[in-house]
Design a protein around this ligand. Structure first.
Ligand code: IPE
Ligand code: IPE
Ligand code: MG
Length: 253
């Protein structure tokens, strides 16, 4: 069980241990070039590769990428199908490379909505890389923060039916242990590309004390330099977790 930012004070390091990203702006990147939106998604896969490599080099331990939200089914059917095909193709093509790089791949979200072939590919890729420990790469697919909190609550009530009669015994950790990324520390740095400044139902529970970075760079243009800018910004943050600046200065002296 990893530490909770609201129950203990996590150690803040210069390099964020856990980085989470909303990869946004693929559609606008393509539209600006008079291309179909889907061309932006295809191009976006190159950014994923670049960012995984760069995070590995920088010593990030956990990288979590939002690939498809539980609300993205609302998009035109053509675009949803392309995204699913791209997911399958990328898994087929990239797993060998991830394996070589020592990357452990996991996919979180309600995977039951995906076609069986994609579900099998996901399972196989997770199995294939499960012994790796250099970088923990998680793809959030058909993921929603509200879905996650709900599924964790349901699971807790299933595991501990006595809680219904004694709700005062329902603790933060009972819930947190059942969230779909319970094995990862809470995110240190959140990055959203594409200019929007919102969470769009990503890891709403886990982002309680995460530093939030927004850039107008579209995801297909996001590269190692853009990542370094985000990291430099992160190094300049004072992570207080509820305390005062003076208390932090005292601790360091
Ligand atoms: C993010 O880019 C990719 C997914 C949501 C799958 P968008 O497709 O949302 O791109 P914009 O925001 O329309 O430019
Ligand atoms: C968030 O982007 C989801 C992913 C990047 C996977 P959206 O483009 O779907 O978010 P909204 O609709 O602009 O909030
Ligand atoms: Mg978008």
């Amino acid at each position: 069980m990893t530490k909770s930012s609201t129950q203990t004070i996590p150690e803040a390091t210069d390099t964020p241990q856990h980085v989470v990203m909303i990869m946004d702006g693929n559609g606008r990147w393509a539209t600006d070039r008079f291309l179909p939106r889907t061309a932006g998604h295809v191009r976006g896969v190159q950014s994923v590769r670049r960012v995984v490599e760069a995070c590995g080099r920088k010593g990030v331990r956990y990288l979590t990428l939002f690939a498809f939200s539980s609300e993205n089914w609302r998009r035109p059917q053509e675009e949803v199908s392309l995204l699913m095909r791209l997911f399958v193709q990328t898994l087929e093509k990239e797993v060998d490379k991830l394996e070589e790089q020592g990357v452990r791949l996991r996919v979180v979200g309600d995977l039951s909505a995906f076609e069986p072939r994609l579900q099998e590919l996901i399972k196989a890729a997770e199995k294939r890389t499960e012994h790796n420990n250099t970088l923990h790469l998680t793809i959030a697919a058909n993921y929603g923060g509200r879905w996650d909190i709900l599924q964790a609550t349901r699971q807790a009530l299933r595991d501990l039916p006595e809680l219904a009669a004694h709700p005062e015994n329902f603790t933060e950790s009972i819930l947190a242990e059942r969230l779909s990324m319970a094995w990862a520390p809470e995110p240190d740095l959140f990055i959203r590309t594409g200019g929007e400044q919102r969470i769009s139902n990503f890891l709403i529970w886990q982002l309680a004390y995460t530093e939030m970075y927004f850039t107008s760079v579209y995801w297909p243009d996001f590269d190692a330099n853009a990542l370094e800018e985000a990291f430099a910004w992160y190094r300049g943050r004072e992570r207080r977790f509820g305390r005062t600046s003076a208390q932090l200065a005292e601790k360091q002296s």
